[in-house]
Design a protein around this ligand. Sequence first.
Ligand SMILES: [Zn+2]
Length: 441
Amino acid sequence: MSSNLNNRNRNFLRDVFAALAIAVILVAGYFLYQASLVTSDYLDDSDEELVDVDFNREFKFGFDTETHHFETSRIKNNQFVGEILTENGISYNQVAKLEEKAKDIFDVRDIRAGKRFHLVKKDSCNDTALAFIYEPNPLRYVVYDFRDSVKVDVVEKDYSIIVETASGEIKSSLWQSMTDQGINPGVIDLMEDALASSVSFYHTKKGDRFKVIFERKYIDGEAVSLGKMLGAYYQNKYGEYYSVYYENDLYTGFYDMEGRPSKKTFLKSPIKGSARISSRYNLRRIHPIKKRRIPHLGTDYAAPYGTPIMAVADGVITKATYNRNNGRYVKMRHDGTYETQYLHMQKFAKGIRPGVNVSQGATIGYVGSTGLATGPHVCFRFWKNRKQIDHLRENFPPADPMPEDELPEYFELRDSIRTMLDQIPFAGDLKIESEPVKESL
Ligand SMILES: [Zn+2]
């Protein structure tokens, strides 16, 4: 600031700067990690002179970028942190101290090749490092500080959450229609969770349409991870399905329009993720090994050897044994009506034996090809009243809804999420009119 400004201008400028300073503090609280480092010197009430303030002052990992020099690189294969540090002026003694101190905070042995790190120095490039900053992932960084004694600190970066929407129509596969639009395929998993009780994602068809509302975390304007799915909508030839994420002290998860949890009574498949159905339940199948018509009373999911096999519902193990056709297999009873069976296992999971209770989603064994099998897969068999049925065609009873007194609060959220979903247009398509919601099948 030049000193020949008259007083009025000075006061005006001071007010502007004061306002700016407040804005900077507010913005800094949001975007920078060290709002407290923005000094308030220029807010003092001296009329005499303006303090020279640099509003562009920026901090990186807590260090003023004006007065520090940063060297950024990646950890190389077989490179030790001690090696990097001693090459940059840190004594063996300090390195040893650091390793000891870091143990309980962020062990230097957990530092991985390929990850980014920064050496913080005084302006000159050949100076001794003041600090070593390691970034294990985009959400946090670790400061190994050598300025006085040795300090180790893990700093969570501030992130902002932005609510985003996406929609699409399936042309070939759900995965394809997501990636065609640049949607993170991770959204598919979230959507499958949200709509688990009403839509079978093994049976997506050309022309099915979806809309989703989800959170995404941003750091410094860069998307770093997906957050929660807030709402999802799916339309297929059977109807329309909505799902809303609800969370309070007692209830957390996805619920349908009536407040019924989306948690399925039975998982649609004993293999997590996108296992391929290699053979469906079929009463007229020609057996691939015996070459004659033998009904296939299960559903085969092909997956690599060793893939975990999950219990599709809570239940008790009734068999964990071996025979010539089934190979190593497990059978479970879920209630008076339903039993499930899992064939051709490579091995059983630890502790799996008759009489043991397991919960839905627990690993009971691993994919193999024991018994009569041409390749690694699990033959999944579903028993209803002691008869084998096609579980993909079975309509299971819906889970119980939230209690009456919880519903009004839920309905409030449900209505706003549903309105949002209805307002998302289908990508490259006319917005369809929303119709009354049909219930899950
Ligand atoms: Zn089979």
